[in-house]
Design a protein around this ligand. Structure first.
Ligand code: PEP
Length: 249
């Protein structure tokens, strides 16, 4: 049985003061305990977030990590630094990192290997852009991202989560239809079965991301192959995040 996961990706929003305010409100709210809740604030807010979330069921994640262990890598953050702040998940290969910061599938693969080897969970983001969808190449694009991103990984596969995030649906308000999201998550599961095994694929959580909000979360979560959501804009306010975790209620 795959436990549903609602992950908030704050991106470059909310400073430490805002983080304290949002999370202090959130921890007071009733959240469905059958759903795993995850908050991924900016690096600068991790320490404050880890203090506030300590002793709660809300997990803490980072939005990125270095593929290197330590050393002369100005501006980078290591897995060791994240673990020290009680981080348990890392988002890897978000389309914004691929597009604006040149993260290739090879770099994504190195980051996943580093993350898994340090017993952190990796949320691997995949998804096609608008042109690729229009040209009906979305499956081919996502399959290639999965094959390259998950290359030569054999350990700790239970710590991998996949997030299907069609780029044209991120931050645009254009949610993928529930049918198309389910169809792609099902396709991803069969691709994961080919890369690893059916058993691993059956147990792996596959999230949908792209303009998920309290009003559409319930329908998306009712699909067999959608095991949660990665949410940007609608994860910034405590009441909205509560509503997402409670599937719109
Ligand atoms: C995201 O950044 O992962 C995302 C899905 O953003 P939004 O929910 O704002 O579309």
């Amino acid at each position: 049985m795959r436990k549903k996961l609602i992950a908030g990706n704050w991106k470059m929003n909310l400073n430490v003061t805002d983080t304290r305010k949002m999370l202090s409100e959130l921890v007071e709210k009733n959240l469905n305990s059958e759903v795993e809740a995850l908050i991924c604030p900016p690096f600068t807010s991790l320490e404050a977030a880890s203090e506030i979330l300590k002793g709660t069921n809300i997990k803490l994640g980072a939005q990125n990590v270095s593929e290197y262990e330590d050393g002369a890598r100005t501006g980078e953050i290591s897995t060791n630094m994240l673990k020290d702040l009680s981080v348990s998940y890392v988002i890897i290969g978000h389309s914004e990192r691929r597009t604006y910061y040149g993260e290739t599938d090879e770099i994504v693969n190195e980051k996943i290997k580093r993350t898994l080897s340090q017993n952190l969970k990796a949320v691997l983001c995949v998804g096609e852009d608008e042109v690729e969808r229009r040209e009906n190449r979305h499956e081919e694009v996502v399959k290639s991202q999965l094959e390259k991103g998950l290359r030569e990984i054999s350990e700790n596969t239970e710590d991998i989560v996949i997030a299907y995030e069609p780029i044209w649906a991120i931050g645009t308000g254009n949610t993928c239809s529930s049918e198309d999201a389910e169809s792609m998550c099902k396709f991803i599961r069969s691709s994961v079965a080919n890369i690893f095994s059916s058993e691993i694929a059956d147990n792996m959580r596959i999230l949908y991301g792209g303009s998920v909000k309290p009003s559409n979360v319930r329908e998306l979560m009712s699909n067999e192959n959608i095991d949660g959501a990665l949410v940007g804009g609608a994860s910034l306010k405590a009441e909205d995040f509560q509503s997402l975790v409670n599937f719109g209620e």
